[in-house]
Design a protein around this ligand. Structure first.
Ligand code: NAP
Ligand code: ZN
Length: 342
């Protein structure tokens, strides 16, 4: 079968490899779509610990082709999405229910072969059913949505709350939609690209701001701004120093800033502890998708979350190494690799 293999830092190729055989408790899944995420590029560049040789791809869904012995709740022909993050279940963090912080976390598409391939072999514990009527490409959004769901859970949005989302990539645009479902009535998306701002307004943002036009903080939180005094909840979904600094400052007194964006290890930003303390801002980090994948699958299966407008490009496995190495500038939101062809 075809698979996109990271063979070493900077060396990513499509190769012919053996089709995997499902072992006890495993599912063999024919991939319908697998999303390209910033992490794939970090793995390619060596900016994130990688484990070559390995097939990349951790945002995938497909149809079960075969099941190994001892598989009980799945059978061939079912459509499933994979939660790539496999917790050990034995460490202290796992025992405390903090599976995303597992000390022995193993991820499909990072530590073991993933979804940029015709087939993936995965433990049944990581699979969640999707309806066969669903668009075959939409299941690839369950993993990023599950990460956004964790952030929204941590934010405790109350009905009628005000929300600011910084960054209009896939994570920001999914978070806008979840904030709406969670009951926020004023949802502001801040992103530079005009197409992303227009899309955000279609997906539930009540207003959008171009951060390159004016001072974002005073323009939003100042007298006469869009949210004078700041928002109940701010989600940082850009992963750049500017928005990391802005997030707590855009929160109202007693408000919450949730950080989803990932900055390079060792990178630093300046914060003002006085401002955090005297305004008692809750600064919260949100990492991965602990126990949220099932709800993400349901939100996509029911159409409660719109993902079709987030698909920018459909590519083949042959085109995938180049798309990871040379991401398109600007307006793209999600590129999907489709092994069966576009
Ligand atoms: P993305 O596609 O790169 O989107 C981020 C967007 O932020 C960019 O498209 C850019 O759009 C916008 N941006 C850049 N500079 C900005 C600024 N100064 N002000 C406002 N917006 C700015 O990435 P993504 O896939 O949506 O992911 C977002 C972040 O979450 C990344 O750092 C990613 O690594 C991280 N992530 C975290 C988790 C988790 O579990 N915590 C899970 C998945 C991803 P414009 O060009 O329109 O400004
Ligand atoms: Zn563990």
């Amino acid at each position: 079968m075809k698979a996109v293999r990271l063979e070493a830092t900077g060396k990513l190729y499509m190769r012919e490899v053996e089709k995997p055989v499902p072992g006890p408790g495993d599912l063999l899944v024919r991939i319908e779509a697998c999303g390209i995420c910033g992490t794939d590029r970090h793995l390619f560049l060596g900016e994130f610990p990688s484990h070559p040789p390995v097939t990349l791809g951790h945002e995938f869904a497909g149809i079960i082709e075969a099941v190994g012995p001892e598989v009980t709740s799945f059978r061939s022909g079912m459509r499933v999405t994979g939660d790539p993050n496999i917790a050990c279940g034995r460490c202290e963090e796992c025992h405390n229910g903090r599976v995303n912080l597992c000390r022995n976390l193993q991820a499909i598409g990072i530590h073991r072969d993933g979804g940029f391939a015709e087939y993936v072999c995965m433990p049944q514990s990581q699979a969640f059913a999707l309806p066969l009527e669903l668009d075959p490409l939409h299941g690839a959004f369950c993993e990023p949505l599950a990460c956004c769901l964790h952030a929204v859970d941590l934010a405790n949005i109350r009905t009628g709350a005000s929300v600011i989302v910084l960054g209009g990539g896939v994570i920001g645009l999914l978070t806008v939609q979840l904030a709406r479902l969670a009951g926020a009535t004023r949802i502001l998306l801040v992103t530079r690209n005009a197409d992303k701002r227009a899309l955000a307004e279609k997906l539930g943002a009540t207003a959008t701001v171009d951060p390159s036009q004016a001072d974002t903080i005073s323009g939003i939180t100042g007298d006469g701004g869009l949210l004078p005094g700041g928002a109940d909840v701010v989600f940082e979904c850009a992963g750049v120093p500017e928005t990391m600094i802005q997030a707590p400052r855009l929160a109202r007194r007693g408000g919450t800033a949730v950080i989803l964006g990932i900055m390079p290890q060792g990178a630093k930003i300046e914060i003002e502890p006085f401002d955090l303390l005297f305004r008692e801002v809750n600064l919260v980090s949100s990492f991965l998708n602990p126990f949220t994948h099932q709800r993400a699958a349901d939100l996509i299966a029911t159409g409660a979350i719109k993902v079709e407008p987030l698909i920018s490009r459909r590519i083949t496995l042959e085109q995938t190494p180049n798309a990871i190495a040379n991401p398109a500038p600007g307006g793209e939101i999600r590129t999907l690799a489709i092994p069966a062809g576009q």
